[in-house]
Design a binder for this molecule. Structure first.
Ligand code: AMP
Ligand code: ZN
Length: 137
């Protein structure tokens, strides 16, 4: 199986790596949503968030926290978005789990998604369905 992010980890293809530790690596997105857009990935290959080992997920999040702080300072950001696309329908094009850190600046034109509203008992029914499928602890 060919995975472009695994190739980046192995340094087989060039990328602008900004952070690396034993479990994670982060590099600039080649097609940034905004300048400084970074991807943080686990060094082990997992297809998506659902499949990612929880410990590796914790390492990715810890790296993201460090990197986002550095980005905010270095690039003088007003804020940033953390994004994980899960599944093709959600815009996932690379099947190696990755977390986006997207720099935000005042009046950058990156508007929030539209929000809707629930009818009558709809919210309660949806909540019940999700709760019934949660893993039993
Ligand atoms: P997603 O749509 O969540 O799967 O995001 C995949 C991201 O990977 C996109 O934003 C791409 O621009 C980015 N990408 C694809 N190939 C490379 C590459 N060789 N180096 C850096 N970023 C890449
Ligand atoms: Zn991979």
């Amino acid at each position: 199986m060919h995975c472009i992010f695994c190739s980046i980890i192995k340094k087989e293809i060039k990328s602008e790596i900004i952070y690396e530790d034993n479990y994670t690596i982060a590099f600039l997105d080649i097609a940034p949503i905004s300048s400084g857009h970074v991807l943080v990935i686990p060094k082990l290959h997992f297809t998506n968030l659902t499949e990612t080992d929880p410990l590796m997920l914790a390492y990715v999040m810890q790296s993201a926290q460090k990197i986002a702080g550095a980005m905010a300072k270095a690039l003088k950001l007003s804020g940033y978005n953390i994004l994980i696309n899960n599944g093709a329908v959600a815009g996932q094009i690379i099947d190696h789990f990755h977390l986006h850190i997207i720099p935000r600046r005042a009046k950058d034109g990156l508007e929030a998604w539209p929000q809707g509203e629930y009818q009558a008992s709809e919210a309660g029914q949806i909540a019940k369905k999700i709760i019934a499928s949660l893993p039993k602890s």
